[in-house]
Design a protein around this ligand. Structure first.
Ligand code: ATP
Ligand code: MG
Length: 441
């Protein structure tokens, strides 16, 4: 993409309304624009990042055996009356009437709808276990929308729902999602610590939240320092191997970790030596629940078991805040100059800067490298605007692409360009005829 033909409205000054760094940087880098309290348009670079995160989330759900569907944002109130949540959900639910005066709502979550979909599509015990998920916009009329996309009112969530014959089988479905979450966050370049959590209005027995550590997080967190030494890499796992999956879950739940809602100071002291007790703040990026027949019972989601008797299904639900993750990753990865994107989610892989637009040789060489990179399928943002070098460097650092290629007359005389790593700041001179190869290995 040529920056001269792109749409990336970068702000020179800090926007006053932004209280935290991710919100400030997303506005400054021209990634989003606020349309109403807690509601944002995703501008081109922001949208690219959102889509990349969404795709990684999708791949890891698919790998764990979940099946993608898409449910509408607007729901009828009927099913919510059956589960009792139409009244329970309170003011966070955006209620709408259609022209026939029917009660509708903008979905804050989808337990009722998916349970009804599944109920109507199955017959026998052979149709379970299944896990269905979608990645769809939700609306929650939050009391205090703030921090940009971190606490929006309209936000993108991945929500999966498992259906099993027995609570024991349901636990395996829960464990699979637990491991899928570890893999997902690792691929996003994050350490998201699983913590025991309250089940909240969704209710149920077993629940973990996944939190990334950041000073601006809204939750207090308490955990064992040993978490820092665990293997967070995206380990391989056979999801059908019940014991292997359980073992990973056990490893990550054997150490103390809890959000302030569940924290128990006495237990913390007894399980974690003083010098290993860490506390701080965290951002909730995922939340998994096992809640048994909470929804399948009122909604009649049952199958005929092997013995011919009716069995009410056992379920869990599993959420990831896809749009919140954009802000969360920035909170975890930035410096004074701007964003530092992990390679997996960067809007472009490399930024190409021509510092002397108008100089025939600089233009020709930059154009040639740009086309060659594009031809090899490298995502490249080419700053071909006629602007001072300083402004271009600042903009490129701000938007945080992992690599920069800097082309100017001085280097050209020696047949080289400068390659800069945004994260480490390391600069290296690379021969012009080696540049493309560097990014296509
Ligand atoms: P919170 O405690 O932050 O209000 P929640 O517990 O109400 O979140 P869940 O129902 O667990 O949210 O939703 C699943 C995931 O969706 C959360 O882990 C979070 O990442 C994301 N999410 C929830 N509310 C918002 C919001 N207002 N804006 C952006 N993402 C959100
Ligand atoms: Mg939650």
């Amino acid at each position: 993409m040529r920056l001269s033909q792109y749409f990336m409205p970068v702000l020179r000054d800090d926007p006053k309304e932004a209280e935290i760094v991710s919100h400030r940087l997303m506005l400054r880098a021209g990634m989003i624009r606020q349309e109403a309290a807690g509601s944002y348009s995703w501008l081109p670079t922001g949208f690219r990042v959102l889509k990349k995160i969404e795709q990684i989330v999708r791949e890891e759900q698919d790998r764990a055996g979940a099946i993608e569907v898409l449910m509408p944002t607007l729901q009828s109130a009927d099913l919510w009356r059956k589960s009792g949540r139409y009244d329970d959900y309170g003011k966070e639910m955006l209620r709408i009437k259609d022209r026939q005066d029917r009660d509708m709502l903008f979905g804050p979550t989808n337990e009722e709808m998916i349970t009804d979909i599944f109920r109507s599509g199955i017959q026998s015990y052979k149709d379970v276990p299944r896990n269905l998920y979608h990645i769809q916009w939700k609306f929650r009329d939050e009391v205090r929308p703030r921090f940009g996309v971190m606490r929006g009112r309209e936000f993108l969530m991945k929500d999966a729902y498992s259906f099993d014959l027995t609570a024991e089988a349901g636990q395996h479905s829960y464990n699979k999602m637990f491991v899928a979450y570890l893999r997902t966050f690792a691929r996003l370049g994050l350490k998201a610590v699983p913590m025991r959590a309250d089940t909240g209005p969704i209710g149920g027995d077993s629940s973990h939240e996944f939190l990334i550590l950041a000073e601006t997080g809204e939750s207090g967190v308490f955990f064992d320092r040993d978490f820092h030494d665990m293997d967070w890499s995206a380990f391989d796992i056979d999801y059908d191997d019940v014991a292997a999956v359980e073992k990973v879950v056990t490893t990550f739940t054997s150490k103390y970790s809890a959000t302030d809602e569940k924290h128990d100071a006495v237990e913390f002291d007894s399980r974690v030596p003083k010098d290993k007790q860490l506390s701080g703040r965290g951002i909730e990026v995922g939340h998994i629940f096992f809640f048994g027949d909470k929804y399948s019972k009122p909604l009649g989601c049952e199958v005929q078991g092997a013995d011919g008797k009716k069995v009410t299904l056992q379920s869990g639900s599993y959420g990831i805040g896809v749009s919140r993750l954009v802000g969360g990753i920035i909170e975890a990865s930035h410096d004074k100059d701007g964003i530092i994107w992990p390679e997996a989610v960067a809007p472009f892989h490399v930024g190409l800067i021509n510092i002397k637009v108008g100089d025939a040789e600089a233009d020709a060489t930059s154009d040639k490298i740009y086309k060659a990179l594009q031809g090899k399928g490298v995502d490249v943002l080419y700053d071909d605007r006629n602007q001072p070098g300083g402004a271009k460097f600042a903009a490129m650092d701000l938007i945080g692409l992992p690599w920069q290629i800097i082309i100017g007359p001085r280097g050209l005389k020696e047949g080289i360009a400068e390659v800069k790593n945004r994260k480490t700041g390391a600069r290296e001179n690379v021969a012009l005829d080696q540049i493309v190869g560097r990014f296509t290995k």
